[in-house]
Design a protein around this ligand. Structure first.
Ligand code: GLP
Length: 236
């Protein structure tokens, strides 16, 4: 695991965008695994800028997102599909049909989950997976549990996750209690992983994930077993 500490969120975002852009420059038809949350906002803004300046071309890239809330439609401003369209896809030259986010409104969520894994497999797996980390150590929405789940699956969100994400919703009651998330299988099979975290409050869990016991109680700790992980952290 390579650990990089940078002086600011701005520097973190630039460094993360550079890594993603380098991946796309090296392999035009890369499959990027993408994340939501506040952490990647700066990275996405920087990638949008780089694409606008002709420094990176997303026309052959495919994106597969980690997760989605159950019950939120794409038009809902709190859905992760909406977030991705607003913060990245609408600013870069990616083909809309090459952007994938699990459908949290699918009638049969178990089937949606299985199809999402089949899609990732058909794409040949993920070349570079971008991750944030939740305060409870979750990646995607793989919450602390007694075991790691390999496949894409539906999860009950932890109270701490609901509370942490309530800032994006008008009322706490509006935060969905369930989500559909990529499992550890697709994440761990990604050829490269880039985890970004900013803010002092993330340090304690990040340190546990990087150097602590490998346990499903700290889902991100599984990344210690991956051969190519870069973690970028900034205190601000
Ligand atoms: C959310 C997402 C994760 C994200 C994490 C951290 O719940 N499902 O993919 O990494 O929480 O979010 P933030 O970057 O806003 O701290």
């Amino acid at each position: 695991m390579k650990f990089i500490k940078l002086e600011s969120y701005e520097a973190l975002s630039r460094a993360a965008a550079d890594i993603i852009a380098a991946q796309v420059v090296q392999k035009k038809n890369s499959v990027l695994g993408l994340a939501t949350g506040s952490s990647p906002l700066g990275t996405y803004a920087r990638l949008s800028e780089m694409c606008g300046a002709g420094e990176v071309d997303f026309s052959d890239v495919t994106c597969v997102n980690l997760d989605e809330y159950v019950g939120l439609r794409a038009e809902n401003e709190q859905s992760y599909r909406y977030f991705m369209n607003k913060n990245l896809f609408s600013h870069i030259n990616i083909k809309p049909e090459k952007t994938f986010v699990p459908n949290g409104c699918a009638e049969e969520l178990a089937r949606e989950a299985a199809e999402y894994d089949a899609l990732i497999e058909r794409l040949g797996g993920i070349d570079l997976q971008l991750l944030g980390i939740g305060l409870d150590g979750h990646i995607g929405f793989n919450e602390p549990d007694e075991f790691f789940t390999k496949e894409t699956h539906v999860v009950e969100l932890d109270v701490s996750t609901i509370e942490a994400n309530a800032r994006f919703f008008a009322r706490r009651e509006d935060v969905p209690t369930k989500a559909i998330t990529m499992g550890m299988g697709a994440i761990m099979r990604a050829k490269k992983i880039l985890l970004i975290a900013n803010g002092k409050k993330k340090w304690e869990i990040l340190e546990k994930a990087m150097y602590g016991k490998i346990t499903p109680r700290v889902p991100a700790s599984i990344l210690q077993l991956h051969p190519d992980v870069t973690v970028i952290y900034s205190e601000t």
